[in-house]
Design a protein around this ligand. Structure first.
Ligand SMILES: CCCCCCCCCCCCC/C=C/C(=O)SCCNC(=O)CCNC(=O)[C@H](O)C(C)(C)COP(=O)(O)OP(=O)(O)OC[C@H]1O[C@@H](n2cnc3c(N)ncnc32)[C@H](O)[C@@H]1OP(=O)(O)O
Length: 288
């Protein structure tokens, strides 16, 4: 598989390497931080100190590890609860809208503020990977989050005539169900009380919801093409003083084409995660 898989494998390897080190502090996320790993490595490699100072340094390192672990755990618990609540609010708003109006027309407009807020907040997921408090591959999280941000801000928000397309409902429903499941999975995992049905839902719903969401996104971009071509929005035409040109219409076409190599990689990544988590399979990634 291509670069995404390699990166995911690298993430898994890093995580495995971390867990192969000395026993982690008894906090769910303490072993996932590179900061922790660095602290462990330095206290092991530095053989110049005497017994007493070595012991106190070791205690200090354990304390630091625990503090970092505790802070990360508190932050992630707060983040996941907030995100679960946000997507639940969105789900309730969508159901209520449909029950009251009996149509999807106007749905996007009525929920857009909440959607924009919580989907933009999800940029923190990339930060979580970068600072090492979660072991997800930066590349996998980056593609996932940036494609959502792109859909929210540069497509649906910016191109008003497409907001009432059925395809918008398609990806909104797929995203909402996925995120309620995913964030509640993380929350309960952190609290060490993960009900099996949430774990099952996290690693089964995506089989249908991922293609549904992607279909909704692609159909929405497709619906936007005539408007973008007609208005020339976000495009820069020559001649101009910087001698630069950019055509948003072609950018959208290229983005649609990029789903062809990228989406299967995300999907197969999730299928591998599913085998690992639900069936306990040890996945050995090939170096190619
Ligand atoms: C500029 C334009 C760019 C355009 C690009 C276009 C190309 C795009 C192509 C692809 C488009 C995709 C669009 C997406 C559409 C949809 O979402 S449709 C709806 C269906 N979607 C899904 O089902 C999404 C599935 N994806 C995911 O679940 C994840 O987002 C993931 C990023 C793919 C990562 O999954 P996975 O590798 O399983 O890792 P994690 O779940 O993150 O878990 C790894 C470990 O990390 C822990 N962890 C992660 N986050 C947290 C957290 N917030 N809090 C606590 N813990 C966390 C997690 O518990 C795991 O821990 P361990 O069990 O200890 O390993």
């Amino acid at each position: 598989m291509g670069r995404l898989t390699e990166a995911a494998a690298a993430g898994g390897g890093a995580s495995a390497a971390r867990s192969a080190g000395p026993p982690p502090a008894p906090l769910p996320l303490s072993s996932t931080s590179p900061g922790c790993a660095a602290a462990m490595a330095s206290s092991e490699e530095d053989g110049t100190n005497g017994g007493a100072s070595e012991a106190s340094e070791e205690r200090e390192a354990v304390g630091k590890r625990r503090r970092l672990g505790l802070l990360a755990t508190i932050w992630l618990t707060f983040y996941n609860i907030a995100m679960t609540a946000g997507w639940l609010v969105l789900a309730i708003a969508m159901v209520r809208f449909y029950m009251e109006k009996g149509t999807h027309k106007g749905l996007y407009k009525s929920i857009q503020k909440t959607l924009k807020f919580f989907q933009t907040f999800a940029l923190l997921e990339i930060v979580h990977c970068l600072i090492g408090i979660v072991p997800t591959s930066v590349l996998v999280a980056g593609v996932q989050v940036s494609s959502r941000i792109f859909m929210v801000w540069l497509v649906t928000h910016s191109i008003k005539p497409i907001q009432n397309e059925e395809s918008v409902v398609l990806f909104l429903v797929a995203w909402t169900v996925t995120e309620i499941t995913r964030y509640s999975f993380y929350t309960f995992s952190l609290l060490d009380h993960l009900p099996y049905f949430i774990k099952w839902a996290r690693y089964n719903f995506f089989i249908i919801l991922y293609p549904v969401g992607v279909a909704g996104e692609l159909l929405t971009i497709y619906a936007a093409l005539p408007y973008v071509k007609k208005t020339g929005m976000f495009s820069i035409r020559l001649p101009n003083k910087y001698n630069v040109s950019f055509d948003y219409y072609y950018f959208l076409l290229i983005t649609m084409a990029s789903y062809i190599p990228l989406f299967p990689q995300l999907y197969f990544h999730m299928l591998r995660q599913r085998r690992k988590v639900l069936h306990g399979e040890v996945i050995v990634e090939k170096d190619d």
